[in-house]
Design a protein. Sequence first.
Length: 321
Amino acid sequence: MEWLNALIGKVLLMVGLDVNSRIGGSIQFFSYDTIKITVLLCVLIFLISYIQSFFPPERSRKILGRFHGIGANIIGALLGTVTPFCSCSSIPIFIGFTSAGLPLGVTFSFLISSPMVDLGSLVLLVSIFGVKIAVAYVVLGLVIAVIGGTLIEHLHMEDQIADFIRNNNSKVDIESPNLTVKDRLIYSRDQVAATFKKVFPYILVGVAIGAVIHNWIPEGWVETVLGSNNPFGVILATLVGIPMYADIFGTIPIAEALFAKGALLGTILSFMMAVTTLSLPSLIMLKKAIKPKLLATFIAICTVGIIIVGYGFNVFQSLFI
């Protein structure tokens, strides 16, 4: 969509704004990224929701129930790629899977991968960072999900699930309805509308922050804080990302601006993973479903995994760029 960026630049020049100035450049960045991400978001949500219509919770539970061991964790992580776009949306499904008696490790593999990795993020990351970086991000996100779920399963922390979930003896096997193509299209359209309303404010905030970083924050400052000269850049980016709340679509414009300013790739991806997986609102919701010991274990595993991935990307950044 570079033609769109060029078109916006021409329009701004026609109304007397210099796109090489800070204000003009910020308006161009904001306009271009907002339109681009909105278009991609709507198209991707529609396509992914159509795929998701074949995997309602009951059918997903049946699929997961056929696998055991690390294979089940892998399937749980992969299933997370075609489910909701933020961590708060994933938690109700996590509770449903856990209530249905699925292994704890499998449900946590799903819980980690669902907000961190999805098909939409893959396509959007390809459009901004290229195929190699996008695929590496998705693969490593799935690795964190599988390893995290496997570790939690081996710690045998089933007693750390909230009592109202553990004592739920309902195992009713509800058959998934046979939807027609028209039903799936309507479902996909409704998902686009619902997700757009929820996500669009965060896109605007993310693009606005990206525009400020891109045109107002000195490149030297970003390189000092998040570049190779700061060995703690990955840890700092991860800790800064945890209290924030956004989905992958809201963090990408910030990542794009930081990358253009010289921040290291691994540091940027650690920030994105922390925001999408360990946002404060989602942790507050999750606290209602699991007890403090398991919550602390979940946060520790995800944080350590994200930091390791960040430093790994920084070390091998030359392979991806």
